[in-house]
Design a protein around this ligand. Structure first.
Ligand code: HEM
Ligand code: MG
Length: 330
């Protein structure tokens, strides 16, 4: 059985993270990295196992310790990803592609494919990764990063800030609509796209810096090299998706997809959006997880129940979402 899920940090101020015990090392053959620059960096500094395979508890502890991600956000993201991409029996998740290192697979249709698996958590119009349709949704893409730099120069005086985040998010959506016939921007991607746009501000900016703006030098280190800047200190207080609505507001768009080739973006009124957060939770559980595990048995079923409970525990009580139990209770 999976262990207990970690609680909030006891000391939650800023502190030195790039220390002697956590040297950066280049990846060795067989080490796995993926679409998340945050988790990649933690693995390359040994805050996560350097091979890129970790338990949900290790991931929550590491994102809290190193980036001061708030406990509910860490739980919600980690268990969402783990439920659809991880091995529920061995309690292991690959932060990139599929690997034998997560142990024997459970019966399908679950793929247990790691964070790079398209459509269940990973999605389109990422800032520094290409859409899955173009072949590689996981590796750092220099052309896209050049655009990240260009937008930071044009809209942020050379820094990635909230204004740049909104402009670049809109640009990436427009590009996907115009070039990716399979572009899908429905829940959960609708939510994660906006969250990830503010993560570089909330987590990659040094906690001693009063201005939430990221230099291109440090953006390069995190996104490309998977490396902390020298002397990196984590955020000064626990933080999650702060600023997300400021990224959305200048260019509001409804969740939807290209339904018949490029430039056929059509809103999907059945998708959850910012006005219906609990639907994100219920659809994720019943549709996304439900289609991967239609009829689980034994330990798999027990662990699904436990991890669904952990996922729900990441939702703020103020949202008033009702917990659902598609596999019963333990
Ligand atoms: C993107 C997983 C925490 C920063 C992603 C993606 C995944 C992921 C699957 C790819 C989505 C996509 O762009 O299509 C996770 C999980 C976390 C976590 C399971 C557990 C808590 C963090 C943290 C940070 C971070 C703590 C920052 C320190 C980012 C950024 C992107 C991203 C900036 C967007 C990359 C881009 O658009 O090019 N994450 N992440 N993540 N993650 Fe994480
Ligand atoms: Mg993506």
């Amino acid at each position: 059985r999976p262990g207990n899920t970690p609680g909030p940090l006891k000391y939650n101020g800023t502190k030195l993270i790039y220390d002697k015990d956590h040297e950066w090392q280049p990846t060795k053959p067989g080490d796995i990295r993926g679409p998340c620059p945050g988790l990649n960096t933690l693995a390359s500094h040994g805050y996560l196992p350097r091979n890129g395979v970790a338990t949900p508890a290790q991931i929550i502890n590491a994102v809290q310790e190193c980036f001061n991600m708030e406990n509910l956000t860490a739980r919600f993201l980690t268990y969402a990803a783990f439920l659809v991409d991880g091995n529920l029996v061995t309690d292991l998740l690959s932060i990139g592609g599929k690997t034998k290192l997560t142990g024997p697979d459970s019966p399908g249709p679950a793929t247990i494919g790691g964070l790079s698996t398209h459509a269940v958590f990973e999605g389109d119009s990422s800032m520094t990764r290409a859409d899955d349709f173009f072949g590689d949704n996981s590796s750092f893409n220099q052309t896209l990063f050049n655009q990240f730099v260009d937008f930071s120069n044009r809209f942020g005086d050379g820094l990635y800030n909230l204004t740049v985040a909104a402009e670049l998010r809109n640009q990436r959506i427009k590009e996907s609509i115009a070039t990716n016939p399979k572009f899908d921007f429905t829940s959960p991607r609708f939510f994660t796209a906006y969250a990830e746009s503010v993560f570089p501000l909330n987590f990659f900016v040094d906690g001693r810096n009063p201005v939430r703006a990221l230099s291109m030098e440090n953006a390069n280190l995190f996104f490309r090299d998977m490396r902390f800047p020298v002397d990196f200190h984590r955020a000064a207080a626990p933080i999650g998706g702060k600023g997300l609505r400021d990224v959305f507001a200048p260019y509001p768009i409804k969740p939807g997809k290209n339904i018949n080739g490029i430039n056929t973006y059509t809103p999907d009124p059945t998708s959850a959006d910012f006005d219906n957060f609990c639907l994100l939770y219920t659809d994720f559980v019943t549709k996304t997880v439900g289609s991967l595990y239609p009829n689980p048995q034994g330990v798999l079923r027990t662990n699904l129940i436990i991890n669904l409970r952990n996922f729900y525990s990441g939702i703020d009580a103020d949202e008033n979402c009702t917990e659902i139990f598609p596999y019963g209770k333990v």
